[in-house]
Unconditional design. Sequence first.
Lengths: 420, 420
Amino acid sequence: MKGNIFYAQSGGVTPVINATAAGLIDAYFRNKKYFGKLYVGRNGILGALKEELIDISTESKTELALLRKTPGGAFGSCRLKLNDYRKSKANFQRLYDVFREHNIKYFFYNGGGDSQDTTNKVSKFFKEKGYPIVCIGLPKTIDNDLPITDNCPGYGSVAKYIATSTLEASLDVKSMSETSTKIFILEVMGRHAGWLAASAGVIKKVSGDPPHLILLPEIEFKEKVFIRKVKEITNKYGYCVVVASEGIKNGKNKFLSDSGFRDSFGHAQLGGVAPVLSRLITSKLKYKVHWAVSDYLQRAARHIASKVDVNQAYSLGNKAIIYAKNDITDVMLTIKNISSNGKYKWSISYTNLDKVANIEKKLPKKFIKKNGYEITKQCKEYIQNLIIGEDYPAYVSGYPRYAKLKCKTIKKRLPPYKLK
Amino acid sequence: MKGNIFYAQSGGVTPVINATAAGLIDAYFRNKKYFGKLYVGRNGILGALKEELIDISTESKTELALLRKTPGGAFGSCRLKLNDYRKSKANFQRLYDVFREHNIKYFFYNGGGDSQDTTNKVSKFFKEKGYPIVCIGLPKTIDNDLPITDNCPGYGSVAKYIATSTLEASLDVKSMSETSTKIFILEVMGRHAGWLAASAGVIKKVSGDPPHLILLPEIEFKEKVFIRKVKEITNKYGYCVVVASEGIKNGKNKFLSDSGFRDSFGHAQLGGVAPVLSRLITSKLKYKVHWAVSDYLQRAARHIASKVDVNQAYSLGNKAIIYAKNDITDVMLTIKNISSNGKYKWSISYTNLDKVANIEKKLPKKFIKKNGYEITKQCKEYIQNLIIGEDYPAYVSGYPRYAKLKCKTIKKRLPPYKLK
């Protein structure tokens, strides 16, 4: 009897996590003879724990075909960090019961650092149980902070959104600056790593071009220097564009804007550093300031996804099935830069899960200019490779036509389970 | 001697105000034999007062060709309201001196309500002076609040951005809602009129679809009802998407978020109603909330402009030249809905400037559902017509290639002038 597959989406979603799902689903249908059913967990690993499994063959082919171009997590995601299986056995035992009951022999988990950690734990637990299962982590994070892989799917599209939005808003504030708004601040995501804020830097060609100041979490925020710079730039060019990472911290290692709320991973829920900076500039320099917080808009902006990014995300899903067919396990798939002759090329590879779990890759020093507010040529080239090409969704009635899945779960066979 | 033309951009810019400039410039070159030079004012009417005139024939044809697809105000805009010319004569006398010196016989002013008021004053002043000049106001405002015209250029593109962004972010929050964020709030522009917030409503097909709550400035914000609604919706659908106009007011007629800052027209600079609503929901209902403030991103988002909107904006510029050639004056151009057989069709017309100056067109009652939080079918149809079609810019290196004009001003002939 051929083993069934379990696939799920985890953590913060991206414009292209569904492209990875699409790649996996398409490859599954092409390789159907090697596998049993493909079950997708409703809301990530929760779907396994609650025995909420979506049989992919019951979804409409038309809607599945739209998945590659649909943002969000079409099957639901979750923020749920499993504890060590030696300490908190109940959840793992439940996973075991569900997987055994449904003959699941392939576990694909699509997420960021925390989700790779989950995949690693699941793999180790089943090994101890002597239950043969292929465990493959599929990377996904707009933060671009996973190690080993050259880049993370999701990042390129959000970087393209940020570069484009910064360029567009800069043209706006420049037009207004003579008699009105002189400062524009764009707040972007990035709790610990400045990859997203850095992406705005690709639009700068010559000194004086926006963005004038990129505020990275890797660099301590110094109020006095910042205010002096804003003043100098505005005096010189008539306006000043600031792109700020939500995760910037002051000298006391305190987030400039910490709402005090913690998510279930214990991470601070940030947001709102732009209004803090705006108030600061208005009070010290009396300039009129406009600010934007793009929040979910940036990571859901499938309408301006990067073609390279979509292709990579899709390929990862494809390759996961091929690797699984060949019994490659306990790995996270990676994107390798195999450029030659200055032309960007990439391929899919993999690395051991032990190497990636809980490691955050920050913006390297060589990517940040000495002044701390700009990115280097090398960084620009790295990002530019990942934002090339457009991959527009279809539009109906003026807005994108995205996939609408039924997400109907199969009949449960086990008693209900209360999450521990 | 043929008269020269003065054209300028005024007020808050839009994704398509440059399309109007492009339409005007293209038509000017086609009708060159009827006119002298085409001067564009640097930073709106300021360009006339300061004698900062850009001779359009000195700009590169390649860059001018990109103008149709470039956001912002390529020649600089201004927020400057001229007082009554009988009370504040100096500025008008200066306009007279500059226009006479440069043989300017055509005045095209591209802006919103305040700018139409300026055009009207200029027209009346020159008439009193006995100086023959054609004065034509070109409409432009993302707020869609000008009277007479069926809609305003700029609105359709921002509406398309808001509809698309709301759809995308809704898919995101829906994915996250089981274990994390349940509420998403998008703050959009709209000080007194809810046209922009309303545009999010076009994506709602059936009850339960986002956006669940649209907060319009036309409707008093009632905290208790709002909180009850958010709770009900979240209980029923698992998540709740709110689109809030920056200009919503409470029962005391006070903006929910007034930064205290006033622009030179005396309007409050708003922004930041989303964090206010977020704090409210978190404190009353304990849900995890995400919020975005799109600010300039929305009105600069040329990358997702509406094709209908771009075509209308461009046509307005075109027609301005044709009307001027025929000595039509003291008018604001308008867009007329000439639909037939249920198919949206439009044409360009005009109306007397006296009829438009300082009148704000709010969202009509018939466009708002009785509950005050949704739009009617009629409203949806109205908006849908204006967001149809895509008109993508070209991309180079992963981000849009927008026009870069030199904006070099001609040699001044008059003594410098200090603005009164």
